[in-house]
Design a protein around this ligand. Structure first.
Ligand code: ZN
Length: 279
């Protein structure tokens, strides 16, 4: 894969500030950047937007909105307000899309969380429409179903997005969260057929992970079969950038330039071993 078609999430190089991220990604030949709100907190967003453009990078997504669930109406209203702020930030940064981790509140059953997510999206979509910003639902692995997202599979995400049926609502596929689904190929095709597959995130899932959030692997280090999913996504018609999103305390402890070299090597060698064995 050509690095011009690869974007890096700023949380991937967490030790770096926004200027180091922009300079570093451009220096290593990557084509795009997805901005975490944490990385740009307190920054002059207009300045960041200009620096991204001057570096020749394409801004892909703002990460992240969502977290729509809550036990009280006040909490849920605050969540809608926070999503409005995220949309405002995306506009200021010139980003076309906000990625949503939809939320789950401990103590509520998953179907109630899911319903609150649907209601939160209904409230925020008119604001996104007025701003011209796309929202992408990112399903999370079910190990996060209790406290991060009641949207736990591509099937859930497709169901939700089809039911709300809004032109600015789509899906972000992250291999870490959905690699295990038996009908993943069918759900990718379903999503793409609806013109809703808008983002593609890669890293890898290591079964012997040391931390449930912060020990993700480079593509190829785990069991996601990233090369196969990459081909499915491309064959289904997705032509956006591949976004590298790795949370790893192990890699954050390294020199981040060395880490970016490892990322470049791993995404450049993504392949589908099934195809090769057939040849
Ligand atoms: Zn992701």
């Amino acid at each position: 894969m050509d690095l011009e078609h690869v974007a890096i999430h700023t949380f991937t190089t967490k030790p770096w500030n926004i200027d180091q991220c922009i300079d570093g990604y451009a220096r290593h030949g990557f084509g795009g950047i997805s901005l975490w709100r944490e990385t740009v907190a307190g920054e002059d967003l207009g300045r960041v937007r200009k620096k991204i453009a001057d570096a020749g990078l394409q801004g892909i997504s703002l990460v992240r909105g969502g977290f729509f669930t809550g036990k009280s109406a006040e909490e849920r209203a605050r969540a809608v307000e926070e999503n409005r702020r995220a949309i405002d930030e995306a506009v200021a940064l010139g980003l076309p899309m906000v990625v949503l981790v939809c939320g789950a509140t401990p103590g509520q059953i998953p179907s109630d969380n899911f319903l609150q997510i649907e209601q939160g999206l209904e409230q925020i979509l008119p604001y996104a429409e007025a701003a011209g910003v796309r929202l992408t639902v990112e399903p999370l692995h079910p190990m996060y179903a209790g406290d991060r997202s009641a949207v736990c599979s591509m099937r859930d995400a497709n169901d939700l997005v089809e039911r709300l049926h809004h032109p600015l609502l789509g899906v972000a596929l992250d291999v870490y969260h959905v690699w295990w689904e038996l009908d993943l190929f069918e759900q990718i095709e379903r999503c793409a057929d609806e013109q809703k597959l808008w983002a593609f995130h890669v890293c890898d899932f290591k079964p012997a992970m040391s931390h449930v959030l912060l020990d993700r692997g480079l593509p190829g280090e785990g069991v996601c079969n990233v090369g196969i999913i990459d081909q499915w996504v491309r064959d289904a018609g997705f032509d956006g950038m591949t976004e590298v999103e790795i949370f790893s305390e192990r890699y954050w402890a390294e020199d981040q330039d060395e880490f970016l070299k490892k990322i470049a090597a791993s995404v450049s060698s993504l392949r589908n071993p099934y195809l090769e064995s057939e040849q």
